[in-house]
Design a protein around this ligand. Structure first.
Ligand code: SF4
Length: 358
């Protein structure tokens, strides 16, 4: 049992004592990853995340004062890293809409124990940011790119995405050293599944790693139906017929993707199969929304308001205590317990993906 008793510290600027072993939840899963959503706004309107009809020009997004300040984000990240978090991922909405993001990156990379700082972006603004992100200390990026077919890509981004601009962003990120770059592809039956081989062909031999993600019932408004899911094993069989693949091990415990490499040496791909092959058993991820709610599962229907404690003056020890008590009680395993019928009717009011960045 970890000693979460907070030691009083002579120097208040000193970081909270770092746990030598990551704090484990009620299912013995270590707290290793923190995903931080910087804002709820996005320059895309992907139908499975932020449909235009709902998120129209009059939609009221979080106001500046409702969002955590960088000082508040750092306080949460510092407490989390003291409890064992070594991987931090910046998300949104679209994180590059936050023009000062490099300032935050410079501060996060100095936190003790943060070994991996990544960002998930739709890539539209990546070209103009790539060099500055590297200079600020960002280690790597993941780009959401659902198709290499211009029209399908445009449709899946709600008519807002420009494929050429995203591909230029990818090139700039690669040239700047933000690799290995990963591409996240949400595969939807009858929407983009027929363009997956074309996309894989495009990235074979480039060093870019494509992750094929089963369409998930995230949030409450993407109209998810089980019959829209392309099981990863079916996709794997289809790809194997074109290019032989062999399975390779995980890079680290808790890694969500099942990794494969092309036998002919053309690189790596991965499958994230939350629906047909759930991986809750070693899920080590916590998620912080832009307005300071901490969620312990992508499909959570409730979170903990950290902003209130922060704005009431919670110090590092108190924040460490709050995070500890949340994680110690954590027992989420939604994907293992998912009931497709209930999921299709969105019975559970789950947090929206655009608020926690997937
Ligand atoms: S469903 Fe929740 S607990 Fe399971 S892997 Fe996803 S985020 Fe983790």
């Amino acid at each position: 049992m970890h000693n979460t008793r907070m030691k009083s510290r002579s120097n208040p600027n000193e970081m909270p004592a770092r746990h030598t072993v990551p704090l484990a939840d009620a299912l013995a899963r270590p707290l290793q990853d923190l995903r931080i959503s910087l804002l709820d706004q996005c320059n895309f309107r992907c139908p499975y995340c932020m449909p235009e009809a709902k998120f129209h020009s009059e939609y009221e997004f979080l106001k500046r004062q409702q969002r955590l300040t960088y000082d508040e984000i750092i306080k949460v990240a510092a407490a989390a890293s003291s409890l064992g978090v070594s991987k931090i991922r910046l998300t949104g909405g679209e994180p590059l809409l936050d023009k000062n993001i490099c300032e935050l990156i410079e501060r996060i990379v100095t936190l003790p124990g943060v070994e991996d700082l990544a960002m998930t972006t739709n890539g539209m603004l990546l070209k103009s940011f790539a060099d500055r992100l590297v200079a600020a200390g960002l280690h790597r990026v993941t780009v959401s790119l659902d198709s290499i077919d211009k029209d399908i890509f445009r449709n899946m981004s709600g008519g807002r995405g420009d494929l050429d601009q995203v591909l230029e962003g990818l090139k700039a990120a690669g040239d700047a050293g933000l690799g290995p770059i990963k591409i996240n592809v949400v595969v939807q039956k009858g929407v983009n599944d027929h363009t997956i081989l074309e996309l894989l062909e495009h990235f074979r031999g480039t060093g870019t790693i494509v992750r094929l993600i089963e369409f998930m019932d995230v949030g409450n408004r993407n109209g998810w139906q089980m019959n829209q899911v392309v099981p990863s094993r079916e996709l794997l069989e289809q790809i194997q017929k074109r290019w032989p693949l062999r399975a390779v091990g995980k890079n680290y415990p808790g890694e969500v993707a099942r990794r494969y490499e092309y036998v002919d040496g053309a690189g790596e791909i991965g499958f994230i199969s939350s629906v047909t092959e759930p991986f809750c058993g070693d899920c080590s991820r916590a998620r912080l929304s832009a307005d300071g709610m901490l969620y312990t599962c992508l499909f959570a229907n409730q979170g903990t308001d950290l902003r209130e404690s922060l704005r009431k003056g919670a110090d590092d020890d108190e924040m460490q205590g709050i995070l500890s008590s949340i994680w110690l009680q954590r027992a989420d395993r939604y994907s293992e317990l998912r009931h497709p019928d209930l999921a299709e009717h969105h019975v559970l009011k789950k947090v929206e993906m655009y608020r926690i960045g997937g």
